[in-house]
Design a protein around this ligand. Sequence first.
Ligand code: M6R
Length: 613
Amino acid sequence: MCGIVGYIGKEQAAPLLLEGLSRLEYRGYDSAGVAVYSQREGRLNVHKAKGRLKILSGLLGGGDAVEGTVGVGHTRWATHGAPSDENSHPQVSRSGKIAVVHNGIIENYGELKAFLQSQGVPFASETDTEVVAHLVEYFQQDGADILTAVGRCLHRIEGAYALGIISADAPDQLIAVRKDSPLILGYGEGCSFLASDVTAILQYTRRVSYMDDGELAVLTRDGIQCYNHLMQPVEKEICAVDWEIGAAEKGGYEHFMFKEIMEQPEALRRAVFPRIRDGEVFLEDFSLPEDYIRSLRNIHIVACGSSYHVGMVGKYNLEKMLRIPVEVSLGSEFRYMDPIVDGKTLVVVISQSGETLDTMAALREARRRGAKILSIVNVVGSSIARESDQVLYTWAGPEIAVATTKAYTTQLAVLNLLGLYLAKVLGSMAAEDRREVLKDFLSLPEKLERVLENKDGIQYFASQYFNRDSVFYIGRNIDYALGLEGSLKLKEISYVHSEAYASGELKHGTISLIEPGALVIALGTCLRLFDKAMSNIVEVKSRGGDVLALTTESRADEMAKTASGVIAIPDAHPMLLPLLGAAPLQLYAYYVALMRGCDIDKPRNLAKSVTVE
Ligand code: M6R
C-alpha cells in the first residue's frame, strides 16, 4: 500500500527520496510525490504525478531539478479520491507551508473537513489526508510551534495513520507520527530518515528503530527524539538490520516473483534446519509455559490471504498432531464475529508483513478476550511481531513480489514445526512418529530443488492452457487447502478467473460449470484419498473438461492414464506435501501471467502489505 520516505541531512533530498520510493514500489501504488524545502527560496516545493514513479522521476530529472536537503516522499494507493495529481501526496496546507504524507485512513475526516470549511479553509483534493495539513496549520494560528500544533491535531483525528510532516517555518526538522500504520526511524551520520518500510532506507543506514503506536518523533540532522502520546520523551532501542540489500534486488532475474520462487529451498533451510536438533524440534526463545500448553482447550489461527491458506493446511495437520480443535478465521471476519476465545485458547497469527491491518485488529481482539498470541511472521520488528506473546520468525528474507511464495512455504514449515513441538509437550503423538516427520523435513529443501528443476515442464503446461478464461482447482483435505492457494496465485497475477473447491463439492453444484474448454487443476497429493481424486478427474474428463493433475512421483504414471497432463512432486510425509506442492502451482501462475503479458510483480489494484481495512 502507500509508502513513506523522509530525509533530513546534508545531501540533496529529492534523488534520495525518489530512490527510497523506488524501493517501495513493490507495495503497490498509483501515484507519487515529494515535498522538499528550498533554503534559497524559503519555501516548500511540492511535485506530484499520477502513475508510475518513473513519471515523477522523469519530471524531476531523477531529483536533480529539486533543491533542498530536507523532504518527504510518498507513493499513494488510492482510498479517498481517485488516483490523480491532486489526490497524490504530499497534501499541503492553505499557505503551502505545511506538507503531509500519510499512510492509513483518517476516519473522521468528513467531520473535520466540514469544520475547516466552516472556518473558510478551501480544499484542493478529495483525500482524507488533506485535513491533517489544514488542521496543523489551524492549530498554529496562535503562534504555536509545529510540534505543539501536530500534538493538538492528533487529539482531533481518528483512524489509522503513519504521518510524515514538514513545515517551511521549521525546516530543520521533520515530524513523524504513528498509530496503527508502520513507521521506521533511520539513524545516519549527520542525517535522519523515516520510512514505512525498512527497504526504503536500507542502502543509507542499517540502524533503525520501530515507532510504537501513539508515538511522535522529531527528526533533525543531529538525531531523533521520540515522544509518547503524553509528549513525554521516550528512549528508542536502535536495532541493526541484517538483511542484505541484494536480497531486495532482482539479481538478474526478470521478476522478483520468479526469484523468490527459486529462493524457496534456501529459505526453507533457514526456517527449518536450526530448529531441528537430534531428532527433536527446538523453537528459539520459546516462552509459553508447558503447563499453559497443557491447559489449552483449542487453537484459533487468524490470518488473511495466503497466510490464511497456510492456516487451512495447519488445521488439518495440527488437529492430526494435537487432537484438540483448531479453528481458522480470516482476520477481517474474526474481529467482528464474537469468537469463542479466552485464556484457554492459543491464537496463532500468521502474517508475512506483520502489518496487515485486519490481522492486527484480530490479534488485539483475541488479546482483549484473554488469549495468548503466538505469531508466525517474516518481517522482524513488525507490529504483529511486537504485539505478540511469542514470535516465530520465518526467516524467508525480504519478499518483494506482491504474490507471496517463499513466505507461504516457510510459514507452512514453521506452523508444522510448532505443531510437532506442541505435540511433544501434549504427548499427543508418538516420539517415533514425530521423528519420522522431522527426518523428512530435513530432506525437503533438496526435494524442492528437484521440483523447481522441472520448471520447463510446468512452463509447457502453461503454454497449453494460458488462454483459458476460467480455471477450477479441486482437491480433498490438505489438497483442498493447497488448491485455495494455487487459485489465489493464478487470479492475483494473471487476472484469470479461478476458484478452488473441495472435490466432494463438485457434485453439489460446481460440476454444472464443467464443459469442453474448462480447465481443472486436480490436486492428488493426499495419497490416502488418491482413488477419490481419480474418480473426480474421470467425472471432469467425461464432461469434456481438461485436467492438469498434481500428484507424487509414486502415483504419477497411474494418474497420467486419466488426466490430460501430470506434474509430479517427490514423495514425502503426507503432512509435508503442501510444502512441495505449492511451488508448481506458483510456477504455473507465474508462466500464465507471463504469457498473458501481466505486470507480475505489481498486479493491478493489489498491494503487498494491506494496512487499511
Ligand atoms: O503480510 P500478510 O501475510 O499478512 O498478507 C496477507 C495477504 O495480504 C497476502 O497473503 C496476500 O493474499 C498475498 N498477496 C497473496 O499472494
